[in-house]
Design a protein around this ligand. Sequence first.
Ligand SMILES: NC(=O)C1=CN([C@@H]2O[C@H](COP(=O)(O)OP(=O)(O)OC[C@H]3O[C@@H](n4cnc5c(N)ncnc54)[C@H](O)[C@@H]3O)[C@@H](O)[C@H]2O)C=CC1
Ligand SMILES: O=C(O)C1=N[C@H](C(=O)O)C[C@H](O)C1
Length: 269
Amino acid sequence: MNMNTIKIILAGPRGRMGREAVELIHRTEHFELVACLDRVNGGKKLSELEGFPSMDAKIFTDANECFAAVEADVLIDLTTPEIGKLHTRLALEHGIRPVVGTTGFNEEELKELTQLAEEKKTGVIIAPNFAVGAILMMKFAQMAAKHLQDVEIIELHHDRKLDAPSGTAIKTAELISKTREAKKQGHPDEEEQLKGARGAETKDGIRIHSVRLPGLVAHQEVIFGGEGQSLTIKHDSYNRASFMSGVKLAVETIMTLDMLVYGLENIIE
Ligand SMILES: NC(=O)C1=CN([C@@H]2O[C@H](COP(=O)(O)OP(=O)(O)OC[C@H]3O[C@@H](n4cnc5c(N)ncnc54)[C@H](O)[C@@H]3O)[C@@H](O)[C@H]2O)C=CC1
Ligand SMILES: O=C(O)C1=N[C@H](C(=O)O)C[C@H](O)C1
């Protein structure tokens, strides 16, 4: 396929996801890394940092300065919840299309960014999970919820994760709520003897439990219960390479969008 070069700014290149994204951009012929946003190393080139491929992208520590100085098509943000929100807004102000893997956006923030994308007629993709298997897990859970209404979500992640519950768990509950009536689960008189024992509860009554342990990467089980039966839908990411085909698809697809898309399930057939 002959594709025009897509110029990319990457925020968070030294992070676990950022390093994989650098490799993805490096090996993709029609992707060009034009700049990076980092907390430190301002003024250096990426190739000056240890362990990175020889890429001349300049590192900025100030997003406004970066977006004003560099001509770019797409921002890939893989940072922290607070910084990811700031970068997304600023990129839109500068007409740069944000592909956001960073999680931790709430409903109100998504609404505000949807409006801003519409005003600016600029594409935004906010993807709580880029792994195709995770998208399928969410879709299968949404299908199952038509038939089995009692469901709990257990998400398990490495212990460096900042947000809980995970973006994927929140998105899964939202998709399930599209096919399942709101319902209070468990015994009507149940009482927590230890606060948090029943996990978090969405407004539609879905319980989410978050596990954080060293050694884990990203895992989720969606457990449905019915009369005399249960159904478990499970997905595991064993490494961060599992997310990269989704990042590539998002970067290519965003070039054709003029609005915000929340969730890769909306662009994967
Ligand atoms: N959508 C998806 O499929 C996935 C999303 N994630 C999300 O991506 C985000 C990053 O995850 P990890 O790479 O595991 O985290 P990490 O902690 O390894 O990396 C975050 C990076 O952001 C950088 N950073 C912090 N403040 C910054 C600033 N002001 N400017 C530029 N860079 C800044 C840090 O220096 C660090 O290198 C998290 O929100 C995580 O939940 C993680 C895996 C998959
Ligand atoms: O922080 C992570 O690692 C991950 N974050 C995303 C989330 O919050 O769902 C995606 C994946 O689970 C890995």
